[in-house]
Design a protein around this ligand. Structure first.
Ligand code: 5GP
Length: 113
């Protein structure tokens, strides 16, 4: 898999404001937020997109979801937020290193991202 901006952030080659980090993932604010709270949960393992994940990634995918809950609490939005994974170009993915968006801070309507 080719290097992406996220693999460079994980490697420390590009500085970032990490809101959370453990052995499996990092959480950073989205550079172009679409809501008052918009952060990205990014696995350290370079998986290009969700549909490339393997059965061996099951625990990692679960860990990312549990991290979403933990970070939402940390950010004070555990009452409500949207969790988005864009998969592939036709799914709106622009950075080809799996990541989970947490979007919150305004009332989500049907049809929003
Ligand atoms: P995607 O469209 O692939 O699901 O989401 C990629 C997200 O990464 C976009 O929301 C975009 O604003 C964000 N992004 C792109 N480049 C950077 C960067 O260099 N730093 C951060 N923090 N976010 C980025």
């Amino acid at each position: 898999m080719a290097d992406t901006v996220f693999s460079k952030i994980i490697a420390g080659e590009i500085p970032s404001n990490k809101l959370f980090e453990d052995e499996h993932c990092i959480v950073i604010p989205d550079i172009n937020p679409v809501a008052p709270v918009h952060v990205l949960v990014i696995p350290k393992k370079p998986i290009e997109k969700l549909s490339d994940a393997n059965p061996e990634d099951q625990a990692l995918l679960g860990h990312l979801m549990l991290t979403v809950g933990k970070v939402a609490e940390q950010l004070g939005v555990s009452n409500g937020y949207r969790v988005v994974i864009n998969n592939g170009e036709e799914g709106g993915q622009t950075v080809f290193h799996l990541h989970v968006h947490i979007i919150a801070g305004f009332a989500m309507k049907e049809g929003d991202m």
